[in-house]
Ligand binder design. Structure first.
Ligand code: F6P
Length: 547
C-alpha cells in the first residue's frame, strides 16, 4: 500500500461527504427513517451496540467500509490471529488473543505453537490461586493469605484494578485485593498501613521487570515484610508475573514463584495472562476462565464476521468518522455501572498508549489526527461534573454509554432510575433543544417576554452530539471479557486505518529517561544542574523547600 492514508480516494470521498453530514441534524435523520435504530445496531449474543445516534447515513457507512477495505483491515485481522509480526517496530507477533483461545486450536508464533505454554501457565495459575483461596499455600507463620497486593503500573495494574472492581460480586468474601502502582510513597504507605505481614501476599507484576516504580515499590514492600518476618518469608509472600526470569531472580524472587508470559503480549493487553493472577485469586480460576471465554467469543466474532456486521470494526469506523472527518477529537466513555468505574482509566491506556502515535508504517510523520483523547467516569456521577460541556460546550464530544440491563444490586427502583438516566442522556445529546423550543417552554412556564428573550439561548441545547449505546445483560466475567476484547479490537482497527503501530509505546520513554538525569541533581550536594532555565529554577526551588 503506498501513499499516505489521507491521500486515498476513499479518504477524500469521506472528507467531501463529511461537509454535507456536518450540517445534518440527527433528530431529522430519526424523523425521516423509523428503521434507523435497527439499521445502525449490531448484536452479539445479548450485547447490543447501537451506533444510530451518530451523524451517519447509509452512505457514510458504505464509504467507511470502503476505507477499511482499502486499508486492508480484513487481511490485517487475519495477520494478527495467525501470529504475523504486526508489531513492526519491535518485530513481534501480537497474540493476546491466544491467551483466551479457549478452543485450544494451535496458534503459531515463530514457527512454534504457543498454546502449550499458555495452557501450562493457566494450569499453574489455577493450582496457585486455588491453594491460596483454600488456605493451603499459607504465609511464613502458617496463616492464610487473605490480603493480595498487586504491585505494578500501567498495563500491569490497570487491568487487574479494573477487573477486580468490575467483578467484585464474584470475589471470595475473605480475600481483599490492594494495588500499589505510583512511585509516590503514599501509595505504598497507605496500603501497608492497613496490612498484617503474616496474611499478605505480594504479587510483583511487571512485564519487563525493569520499571522503576514497580521495582522501588516492591523493594519497599520486601523490606516491610523482611523486617517483620525475616528473609525466609520472601518465598512465602512474594510471587512475580513477568517475561523476564533473570531479572526476577536478580530481585530475589525464586523463579518457582514466577508466572510467565511472553513478548507477544503487550502490557496493556495482558490482563488475560499471568498479569491477571490477582483477579484469579479474588474471583477464582473458573470465573477467570469465563472472562477468557467472553473475550474469545468476541475474538471469534471479530475474526470471522464481515466488516459491515463486525462490532469492533464498526465502532472503530464510527470513531474515525467522528475524529478525522467531523473533527471531534475527544471520546468520553461512561459506564452506568459503578463496578465499571475504572473502565475509563483502563481504556485511556488501551486507546491512548496504543494509538497516540505520529509515525506511519512507512516511516513518515502522519498528516492527520490519530488517537482520540479518552476520558470518562461512572454515570450518573459524571452527569454532575463534565456533562455540562457535552450538552452546551462548543465542540461535540462523542460518548460511549455502557449499561447492564440487570444490576448486581437490584435495590428498590435504583436500577430503573439509572437506566432512565443513561437513555435520557443519549436522547438529550442527540435531540438537544432549539432556541425556539426553549422559548416555548419558558412561555409555558408563564415567563414574560423579556425573561423569555433574555433566557431562551441559555436554556437551549445544540444537540446533535454523537453517542454509542452498549447494552449488556449483566456485568459478569464473561460479559466483561467480551467488552474489553471489543475495545481492544476497536483500537487495533483504528491503528490499521491510521497506518500506525498500536503495539509499541516509545512515547513513554523520553520523560522516564530525563527523570533519571534529574534524580542526582536533587541531591543536596549535586555539583551542577544542566537544564533549560525553567527546569533548573524549579529544581532549585524544590530543593530549597525541602531543606
Ligand atoms: O507506560 C509504559 C509501560 O511500558 C506500559 O506499556 C506498561 O503497561 C507499563 O509501562 C508497565 O510496564 P512493565 O509491566 O514492564 O512494568
Amino acid at each position: 500500500m503506498t501513499g499516505t492514508v489521507n491521500k486515498l480516494r476513499a479518504w477524500k470521498r469521506l472528507e467531501r461527504h463529511a461537509k454535507k453530514m456536518n450540517k445534518v441534524e440527527m433528530r431529522t435523520l430519526f424523523e425521516e427513517d423509523n428503521k434507523r435504530a435497527s439499521k445502525f445496531s449490531l448484536q452479539l449474543e445479548s450485547m447490543l451496540v447501537d451506533f444510530s445516534k451518530n451523524r451517519i447515513n447509509e452512505k457514510t457507512v458504505l464509504y467507511l467500509l470502503e476505507l477499511a477495505r482499502v486499508r486492508g483491515v480484513e487481511e490485517k485481522i487475519q495477520a494478527m490471529f495467525s501470529g504475523e509480526k504486526i508489531n513492526f517496530t519491535e518485530h513481534r507477533a501480537v497474540l493476546h488473543t491466544a491467551l483466551r483461545n479457549r478452543d485450544n486450536t494451535p496458534v503459531w508464533a515463530d514457527g512454534k505453537n504457543v498454546m502449550p505454554q499458555i495452557n501450562e501457565v493457566l494450569a499453574k495459575m489455577r493450582k496457585f490461586s486455588e491453594s491460596v483461596r483454600l488456605g493451603k499455600f499459607v504465609g511464613q507463620t502458617g496463616k492464610k493469605l487473605t490480603d493480595i497486593v498487586n504491585i505494578g503500573i500501567g498495563g500491569s495494574d490497570l487491568g487487574p484494578v479494573m477487573a477486580n472492581e468490575a467483578l467484585k460480586k464474584y470475589k471470595a468474601k475473605d480475600i481483599n485485593t490492594y494495588f500499589i502502582s505510583n512511585i509516590d510513597g503514599t501509595g505504598c504507605a497507605e496500603v501497608l498501613n492497613k496490612l498484617n505481614p503474616e496474611t499478605t501476599l505480594f504479587i510483583v507484576a511487571s512485564k519487563t521487570f525493569t520499571t522503576i516504580e514497580t521495582l522501588t515499590n516492591a523493594k519497599t514492600c520486601r523490606k516491610w515484610l523482611v523486617d517483620a518476618l525475616g528473609e525466609h518469608a520472601v518465598a512465602k509472600h512474594f510471587v512475580a508475573l513477568s517475561t523476564n526470569a533473570p531479572k526476577v531472580k536478580e530481585f530475589g524472587i525464586d523463579t518457582e514463584n514466577m508466572f510467565e508470559f511472553w513478548d507477544f503480549v503487550g502490557g496493556r493487553y495482558s490482563m488475560w495472562s499471568a498479569i491477571g493472577l490477582s483477579i484469579a485469586i479474588a474471583i477464582g480460576m473458573d470465573n477467570f476462565e469465563k472472562m477468557l471465554e467472553g473475550a474469545h467469543t468476541m475474538d471469534l466474532h471479530f475474526r470471522h464476521t464481515d466488516l459491515a456486521h463486525n462490532i469492533p470494526v464498526m465502532l472503530a469506523l464510527i470513531g474515525i468518522w467522528n475524529n478525522n472527518f467531523l473533527g471531534f477529537r475527544s471520546q468520553a466513555v461512561v459506564p452506568y455501572d459503578q463496578y465499571l468505574r475504572y473502565l475509563p482509566a483502563y481504556l485511556q491506556q488501551l486507546e491512548m498508549e496504543s494509538n497516540g502515535k505520529f509515525v506511519s508504517s512507512e516511516n513518515e510523520f502522519v498528516k492527520y489526527n490519530t488517537g482520540s483523547v479518552i476520558f470518562g467516569g461512572a454515570g450518573t456521577d459524571v452527569q454532575h461534573s463534565f456533562f455540562q460541556m457535552l450538552h452546551q460546550g462548543t465542540t461535540p464530544i462523542p460518548v460511549d454509554f455502557i449499561i447492564p440491563a440487570i444490576s448486581h444490586n437490584e435495590i428498590g427502583d435504583h436500577h430503573e432510575i439509572l437506566i432512565a438516566n443513561v437513555l435520557a442522556q443519549a436522547e438529550a445529546l442527540m435531540k438537544g433543544k432549539t432556541v425556539k423550543e426553549a422559548a416555548e417552554e419558558l412561555a409555558k412556564a408563564g415567563k414574560d417576554k423579556d425573561e423569555i428573550n433574555s433566557m431562551k439561548k441559555y436554556k437551549s441545547f445544540p444537540g446533535n452530539n454523537p453517542s454509542n449505546m452498549i447494552i449488556c445483560k449483566k456485568i459478569d466475567p464473561y460479559t466483561l471479557g467480551m467488552l474489553v476484547a471489543m475495545y481492544e479490537h476497536k483500537v487495533f482497527v483504528q491503528g490499521i486505518i491510521w497506518d500506525i503501530n498500536s503495539f509499541d509505546q516509545f512515547g513513554v520513554e523520553l520523560g522516564k529517561k530525563m527523570a533519571l538525569d534529574i534524580l542526582p541533581e536533587l541531591q543536596e550536594n549535586a555539583s551542577s544542574i544542566h537544564h533549560d532555565s525553567s527546569t533548573a529554577a524549579l529544581i532549585r526551588y524544590i530543593k530549597n523547600l525541602r531543606k
